[in-house]
Ligand binder design. Structure first.
Ligand SMILES: [Zn+2]
Length: 676
């Protein structure tokens, strides 16, 4: 399990005038009427009504599996980054400077002639190290040396029960398809994916010059299925207590004796004092696999991991095989993204802070940060009011909740300190793939450099140019990078109804993650430590079960239902986000002199515009394959259901749109979720 970070996808209320830069300036409503489909009644299908125009005007481009207003902003960010990076690449820079590294990495990706000429040759040295393993005794060292073999993952992050210190964490890995159900489910769709997966492995081994490729594919599928049987599902991985198993290296040695862990950590050049094993059954099964499987089959498994991981960085012909499976079969995409987008994404992923520094300098107005900070404070105050008014929670637990809320660390725009890329080598004379290996090693060394050190609370878990936001339970922090502080989330020229409905709900969503079914198990200092009375916890779980059951009953594709357990944390966060942002919006309106309060515009009341702005964030089209993939893997509900599933639990939405029991979306008041 990776760190449980939730990506989005005492202040004087009367003195905080939010968003509106000046009372004299005329602000727009921020809502393009063309986004609506007024041929549909709001009460029949609110998502279609609010977003149908946008969806008709924005068909999915062939390279996308889902294209929504979120992705459209992502695309425009990518274009801005491309301009920054290519401008840099036009001039010479001193060897070793970040400018040289950015420019060279971009060019190495774009140079398809060189990549095609080299073919699979750049991977051969790594494959030869696997070939040269002669006995099982050599495996512990080999696994410690090569992160590409991927039987399990190792990363450094805060200790969940001692959150000021970093610790080594182990997590399950070894499944090319990620989720165990792809290997075990027997429905028609999963069977067809498994068949295509086997073909994909065969094609790859053939392209890499192996004979018996089809037999190799059977071996890979057999061993990965064995791994899948011992793996936890996406839902089981959501339990922070069950996935925290702190032990010494001696205890690890006793748990999984088939690996020589001292040799393994020596090769990694680390000396962990202790570590948390994420999934014990999985790691034990890995030990048995190392013991029971033939050495040749194990070497084949490592070879496969390396081949699959290298495919995006080699020739066109290898990439086409890769895209055909991951892009077409799994996601329904029609064609790959243009090369420049892949190049920008790679540079961004490798040197994200350096790119981010240039990005915020050019594109992030400092005044956005101040307005966001004020908005966050107002949301915090609204949530505090709501906590204190809860009828189902005792005063003891309320006091703890309020303390946690007011301890939240808030990060907006960009970090105070930027990452140092001095130790990263990007060498234009080497292949693209070799440079990707340098980058992977640099990233791993960076992660391991925090081992046994205090947690750096200034560290960001997202780049500033990213169109997203997160809550991190171990630091109790919410973070809103510069990338998301743009339309359709945030608009300095739009009125409060728009900004509270859009970015306001995003802020409320991230705050609520501190109080969802997972986040609520961490205390104000980020420790996995119960601060609830038993009765309050029971009542909380009864209340969250309403959302769990409701989403389990949503049919997302013919015969396929949403996974209420997988999406529970995100659905709680959407629900809380809407409640908190709406209350903060009403508080803010009430605090204004009456002549400055928002009025009906273009036929929509301020409250109606709040819900339209929220819905527009989720406007989008999605392919059938992608619906199925996300339903298996994505802890977020699909865009349509973040609107049509979330809003029917919000009383204010019924009032704003005068929706009554004749609506197919109607839920009786006593059956609606009511949590935060
Ligand atoms: Zn979230």
């Amino acid at each position: 399990m990776k760190p449980i970070i939730h990506f989005f996808n005492s202040f004087c209320l009367l003195t905080i005038m939010l968003i509106s830069p000046s009372c004299n300036q005329k602000l727009s409503i921020g809502i393009p009427i063309a986004n609506l489909d007024t041929t549909t009644l709001a009460q029949n299908d609110f998502y279609q009504y609010a977003c149908g125009g946008w969806m008709a005007n924005n068909p999915i481009p062939s390279e996308y599996s889902r294209f929504g207003s979120f992705d459209k902003l992502g695309l425009s960010n990518l274009e801005q980054l491309n301009e920054l990076i290519t401008t840099l690449g036009k001039t010479e820079h001193p060897q070793g400077s970040v400018e040289q590294k950015i420019g060279d990495l971009y060019r190495l990706c774009m140079d398809m002639d060189k990549r095609n000429l080299l073919g699979t040759q750049p991977v051969q040295p790594t494959l030869q190290t696997i070939d040269s393993i002669t006995c099982k005794e050599e495996l512990s060292a080999a696994l410690g040396k090569a992160m590409e073999f991927g039987l399990w993952g190792m990363y450094v992050d805060a200790d969940s029960k001692n959150s000021t210190m970093n610790i080594l964490n182990e997590c399950q890995a070894g499944l090319t398809l990620g989720e165990k159900s792809y290997y075990l489910d027997k429905d028609e769709h999963t069977l067809s994916i498994r068949k295509a997966f086997e073909q994909y492995i065969t094609q790859m081994f053939t392209a890499f010059g192996y004979s018996n490729a089809d037999k190799h594919a059977q071996t890979i599928l057999r061993i990965e299925t064995r791994i899948a049987q011992a793996s936890k599902s996406n839902v089981e991985l959501r339990d922070p207590i069950a996935n925290y198993n702190k032990m010494t290296v001696d205890e690890l040695q006793a748990l999984v004796p088939q690996v020589n862990w001292t040799t393994y950590f020596n090769e990694m050049k680390i000396v962990p004092e202790s570590l948390s094993v994420g999934q014990i059954e999985h790691l034990q099964e890995m030990g048995r696999i190392l013991e029971e499987e033939d050495l040749d089959d194990l070497k084949l498994l490592f070879t496969w991991q390396v081949i699959d991981g290298s495919a995006p960085y080699l020739s066109d012909s290898i990439y086409n095989i890769y895209f055909n499976f991951y892009g077409k079969v799994l996601s329904g995409k029609e064609q790959p993204s243009p090369l420049w987008k892949r190049a920008v994404s790679t540079v961004n992923g490798t040197l994200g802070d350096a790119v981010g520094q240039m990005y915020v300098k050019k594109y992030f107005p400092e005044e956005n940060k101040q307005r966001m900070l004020a908005l966050v404070k107002n949301l915090q105050l609204a949530l505090q009011e709501r906590i204190l008014a809860l009828t189902w929670m005792s005063d003891t637990t309320k006091a703890q909740a309020v303390e946690k809320l007011n301890s939240m660390n808030i990060k907006i725009g960009y970090p105070n300190q930027w990452r140092d890329y001095t130790a990263l080598t990007i060498d234009a004379n080497e292949s693209y793939y070799t440079n990707i290996q340098y980058a992977a090693k640099f990233a791993m060394d960076y992660s391991l450099s925090f081992l046994n050190k205090p947690v750096d609370r200034e560290k960001w878990y997202m780049y500033p140019q990213t169109v997203n936001a997160y809550y991190n339970p171990t630091t109790n922090e919410i973070c809103f990078p510069a990338g998301i502080l743009q339309y359709p989330f945030f608009d300095m020229t739009a009125d409060d109804a728009f900004n509270y409905g859009a970015i306001g709900v995003v802020i409320g969503h991230e705050m609520t993650h501190g109080f969802d079914d997972q986040g609520s198990q961490f205390d104000k200092d980020g420790n996995l430590n119960n601060w609830w009375t038993e009765e309050d916890r029971t009542r909380f779980e009864e209340r969250t079960k309403v959302l769990l059951d409701y989403f389990n009953n949503i049919e997302v594709a013919p015969g396929v239902n949403a996974n209420g357990a997988l999406t529970l944390g995100e659905n709680i966060a959407d629900h809380g986000g809407l409640q908190i942002a709406y209350q903060a919006f009403c508080n803010n309106e009430a605090s204004k002199p009456s002549e400055q309060r928002l009025t009906e515009q273009e036929g929509f009341t301020p409250a109606q515009r709040f819900f339209l702005a929220y819905s527009h964030v989720w406007a989008g089209n999605i392919r059938a394959e992608e619906i199925l993939q996300r339903t298996k893997n994505d802890p977020h509900s699909l865009g349509k259901w973040r609107v049509n599933g979330a809003l029917p639990h919000i009383n204010a939405w019924y009032e704003a749109w005068q929706i009554d029991s004749s609506s197919p979306m109607y839920i009786a008041p006593e059956e609606r979720a009511s949590i935060w």
